[in-house]
Design a protein around this ligand. Structure first.
Ligand SMILES: [Zn+2]
Length: 388
C-alpha cells in the first residue's frame, strides 16, 4: 500500500482545509460561519471545536458502545499493534505463559505485535533467554535477565537495529542512508545510550527530504519502534514483572495493549462523546497523550500517520465486508475531517466516501472481491491525474 509522504501531505493541507469548510457548510447550514483557525494555533483550534457549529459530528455514543470495542485484534490507530479486549486479557496472557524454551521464544516472536515497544523489549529479552534453554519459562528468563539487565538490554537493542538494517538494505540497496544512521546508532547503544525518539526523528527527517520512499519508511519505522524509548523506560517495565509468576508477567506486559477509545479532540478540551471524535487506540498510546498537541505527539509516535491510515483502511474494509454496521458508512470521511482539524492539516487520511462504501458493499454481497486499500490507491491515482 502506498502512503503519501508527510511532507507532500503538509503542502496540500491549506487547499484541502478550505475545501472541507465549504463541504461542512453544505452538509450542515449554520447561522454561524465557520472560521478556520490559524495554522499551529492551539487556542484557535480549541475555540473552533468548542464553538461546535462548524463541525458536523456523527452520532452520540459512549466510548464503551463504539463499534470496535466489540472486536478483538483491532490494529491500534497509533502504534499499529494488535489490541486485546479487556475481557480477553487473562486468556491472551495465558496463551504466552504456558510456553517454555523455543516454543516460548517462537510464540513471542510470532505474536510480538501484541506488545508495545517498552513492554515488547522485555518480552523480546525473555524470548532471547528462552531460546537458549529448552526448560526455561518466563519467570526463569526474567531471573536470568536480572543478572545483567544493562548488558542484555544492549544485546536486544543491537538485534533490533541489525534487523532494521536488513530491512533497509533489502529495500534501499546495500549502501543507503538508513544503514549509515543505524551504524551510528549501534555505536551509541554500545555505550549504553539508548534514545529511540532522537533516532526516529532522524528517520522522519530523511523521509521528509524524500531520501526514503513511503513503503520502505513504513517498514523501517515500524521495526525501529521495537526499540525501547530509553533505558529507564525498559527498566521500569522490567521492575514491574521482576517478582511475578508466568501469568502475572504477561498480564503486566500486555495490559497496556487493551483497547481504549481515543477522543481525537480531547474530552477535557470540549471534544464530544461522538463517533466522529473516536479512534480505537491501545492504552499505551492513549494514556500518556493527555492533552498533548498532535504535533508533539507525532514526535513521540512517528509511525502514527502511517498506522492511522492502515487503521482506517481496516475499518472501512470491515464495513464493506458487512462486519461493521452501515451506520458507520461515513465514519471515514468524518474522522478524516476531525484528525485534519486536530493536527492543523498535518494528518490527512485517505478514505472512501459513503457512496463508494455502499457501492463496494453491494459488490461484496454479490461475491466480488473488494479491497478497500486497492480502491483508495486507485482513487488517489485518479486525483493525481485530474490535478496534473
Ligand atoms: Zn498503540
Amino acid at each position: 500500500m502506498a502512503i503519501a509522504p508527510i511532507s507532500a501531505v503538509m503542502t496540500m493541507n491549506r487547499v484541502q482545509n478550505e475545501q472541507k469548510v465549504s463541504m461542512d457548510k453544505k452538509a450542515a447550514p449554520q447561522s454561524v460561519q465557520p472560521q478556520m483557525p490559524e495554522a499551529n494555533s492551539g487556542a484557535a483550534l480549541r475555540s473552533y471545536f468548542l464553538g461546535g457549529n462548524a463541525v458536523s459530528f456523527g452520532f452520540n455514543c459512549s466510548t464503551g458502545k463504539f463499534v470496535t470495542k466489540q472486536i478483538a485484534d483491532v490494529p491500534c490507530c497509533c502504534c499499529g499493534g494488535r489490541m486485546i479486549l479487556q475481557k480477553d486479557l487473562g486468556k491472551v496472557a495465558g496463551s504466552f505463559a504456558r510456553n517454555k524454551g523455543e516454543q516460548l521464544a517462537d510464540k513471542i516472536n510470532r505474536d510480538k505485535d501484541y506488545f508495545r515497544s517498552n513492554q515488547g523489549t522485555i518480552a523480546g529479552m525473555i524470548a532471547i533467554e528462552a531460546a537458549k534453554n529448552p526448560g526455561m519459562d518466563a519467570k526463569g528468563a526474567i531471573a536470568e535477565i536480572g543478572t545483567d539487565f544493562q548488558g542484555k538490554l544492549k544485546n536486544y537493542c543491537q538485534g533490533v537495529l541489525d534487523k532494521t538494517n536488513e530491512i533497509a538494505k533489502a529495500n534501499l540497496g546495500e549502501k543507503n542512508v538508513v544503514s549509515d544512521l543505524i551504524a551510528a546508532e549501534k555505536e551509541k547503544v554500545a555505550q549504553g545510550n539508548i534514545d529511540r525518539i532522537s533516532f526516529t526523528e532522524k528517520l522522519v527527517a530523511m523521509q521528509e527530504k524524500g531520501q526514503i520512499d513511503p513503503v520502505s519508511y513504513d517498514m523501517v519505522i515500524n521495526s525501529a519502534m521495537e526499540l525501547p524509548q530509553n533505558t529507564e523506560r525498559a527498566m521500569k517495565h522490567f521492575n514491574k514483572v521482576a517478582f511475578k509468576d508466568n501469568g502475572g508477567i504477561f498480564n503486566e506486559l500486555l495490559k497496556e495493549s487493551t483497547q481504549t477509545i481515543e477522543h481525537v479532540h480531547p474530552h477535557s478540551l470540549g471534544g464530544p462523546n461522538d463517533t466522529d471524535n473516536y479512534l480505537a487506540e491501545c492504552g499505551e498510546c492513549n494514556h500518556p497523550r493527555g492533552n498533548m498537541s498532535y504535533l508533539k505527539w507525532i514526535q513521540v509516535h512517528p509511525e502514527y500517520p502511517v498506522n492511522a491510515q492502515k487503521h482506517i483502511e481496516w475499518f472501512q474494509q470491515q464495513i464493506v465486508d458487512g462486519k461493521i454496521d452501515s451506520k458507520y458508512d461515513d465514519y471515514g470521511t468524518k474522522i478524516k475531517a476531525t484528525l485534519s482539524k486536530e493536527s492543523d492539516g498535518r494528518m490527512e487520511l485517505k478514505v472512501l466516501d459513503k457512496q463508494k462504501i455502499q457501492e463496494l458493499r453491494n459488490k461484496a454481497r454479490h461475491g466480488e472481491h473488494v479491497s478497500v486499500s486497492e480502491e483508495i490507491e486507485k482513487q488517489e491515482k485518479e486525483k493525481q491525474y485530474e490535478n496534473a
